[in-house]
Design a binder for this molecule. Structure first.
Ligand code: ARG
Length: 441
């Protein structure tokens, strides 16, 4: 292992297995650029507090800036032997500016460094996810527009229920993703960027000197330093919002998987978004959607993992909290990738009109419309419901379509039935357009 940020009070080298066990640089290197931003901000504070001369501050800022630029250019190489990314950056800074770098840690602890870096990482990544969600909503809206007038059988309990517009079905997912987007935006807005907590007890620097900013990120001094280093609510909120989003993604995946089966055959998913079988040459599988559905399990697991890790922790910082990062990164990367691939997949979907129209022939889809018909003629709803129920039973038992029953036959159930009028009810478009309660946008 390379140089540590501590060690003075130790009389022995750390056991190599402990070094391996406690390390986090192999994943927290993803925070590199945000940790560097935090250090640039800390230089501003130290300069204000006169712990650093303007010249020293300028020199440190320049060195930090060059490290920052390396992260942006993608040429920053983390040292796999460092304990964590904070240690690695400190060591790199010492290599650049020598002993001056030793002053950077004045009134500072990794306990708060890691919180600030993680919070900035979250704000940046949430902005990306919000854009990814908007892109999915847009492709869904385009698909709806392309099939503006298409009616499909609607399901409850996976049984034929009532006809619905495809645009409303897809619109339901648009609503879910809108809520996901709003949730993430509100979580991001609520993330407070603070400094001045030190390890837990605050620092000798007056709170006003922590009013610094960089790249539009405004820092305030922590209202409660103990809470500042102990709080991981923002991580749990994000994991929760992403688990919910994962549920939405999984349900959409499942709908499309079912719709692409031979049994349903409602949709064609483009070859570019399916995979084959090594054994069965005819296979075209919706693996992408299956993985999106499967990843919902990871997303739930990540939420439970951090909730459980946090639940028994005494205040303030405990090393357990280092373990929030892998689930956090994993959920963010999983949802981001799922949204990106889903957006492209949706762009290729074709609905099979002829097939869907054949399913719309099923009379049971219009049973509720028959009830409304009777209600409009003054029959109480429950009575009408029972009448149509008996009519459906009769139709099934005798294998006669309601459509082809004579008026006399219909009158056995209710004398309100007029064949001419009833025929018009078995029409998908008429059925969906008779529902006037929907405040479509
Ligand atoms: N890598 C650590 C984390 O992610 C940094 C904090 C370590 N602090 C300490 N006092 N040991 O939480």
């Amino acid at each position: 292992m390379t140089k540590k940020l501590w060690g003075g009070r130790f009389s022995k080298e750390t056991d190599p297995l402990v070094e391996e066990f406690t390390k986090s640089v192999h994943y927290d290197h993803k925070l590199a650029r945000y940790d560097i931003l935090g250090s640039i901000l800390h230089v501003q504070v130290l300069k204000k507090a006169k712990y650093l001369s303007p010249k020293e501050a300028a020199k440190l800022t320049m060195a930090l800036d060059s490290l920052y630029k390396a992260t942006v250019r993608g040429v920053f190489k983390y040292d796999a032997k460092a304990e964590d990314i904070h240690t690695d950056i400190q060591n790199k800074l010492e290599a650049k500016v020598g002993d001056l770098a030793l002053k950077l840690h004045t009134a500072r602890s990794r306990n708060e460094q890691v919180v600030l870096a993680t919070k900035v990482y979250c704000k940046v990544e949430l902005a990306g996810l919000i854009a990814d969600l908007a892109a999915v909503e847009e492709t869904l809206a385009k698909l709806s527009k392309k099939n503006e007038d298409m009616v499909i059988p609607g399901f409850t309990h996976m049984q034929h229920a009532q006809p619905v517009y495809l645009k409303d079905y897809l619109g339901a997912y648009i609503r879910m993703f809108e809520r996901d987007r709003a949730r993430l935006a509100s979580i991001s807005n609520n993330i407070e960027l603070t400094m001045g907590a030190g390890a837990l007890a605050g620092t000798p620097i007056p709170s006003a000197k922590y009013n610094v900013s960089i790249q539009g990120l405004k820092i305030k001094s922590a209202v409660n330093s103990i809470d500042a280093v102990s709080d991981r609510d923002f991580v749990i909120e994000i994991l929760s919002a992403l688990a919910i989003c994962g549920v939405h993604l999984s349900r959409l995946g499942e709908d499309l998987i079912i719709w692409s089966t031979k049994e349903f055959d409602f949709v064609e998913i483009d070859d570019a978004f399916c995979t084959g079988s090594s054994l069965m040459p005819h296979k075209k599988n919706a693996d992408v959607l299956e993985l999106i559905r499967g990843y919902a399990g990871h997303l739930n697991g990540n939420l439970i993992s951090v909730l459980t890790m946090m639940k028994g922790l005494p205040l303030s910082y405990n090393r357990d909290m280092q373990l929030d990062k892998e689930p956090l990164f994993n959920s963010i990367e999983t949802v981001s990738m799922s949204l990106k691939v889903l957006s492209r997949l949706i762009g290729t979907i074709k609905f099979k009109k002829v097939r869907i129209e054949a399913y719309l022939e099923d009379e049971s889809l219009y049973a509720t419309d028959l009830v409304y018909y009777l209600v409009d003629k003054g029959v109480p709803f429950k009575t009408a419901h029972a009448i149509v129920g008996r009519l459906v039973r009769y139709s099934l038992d005798n294998k006669i379509e309601i459509k082809s029953m004579s008026e006399a036959e219909l009158h056995k159930f209710s004398d309100k039935f007029k064949s001419q009028q009833i025929l018009k009810l078995f029409n998908p478009k008429a059925s969906v357009d008779s529902k006037r309660s929907i405040a479509r946008r």
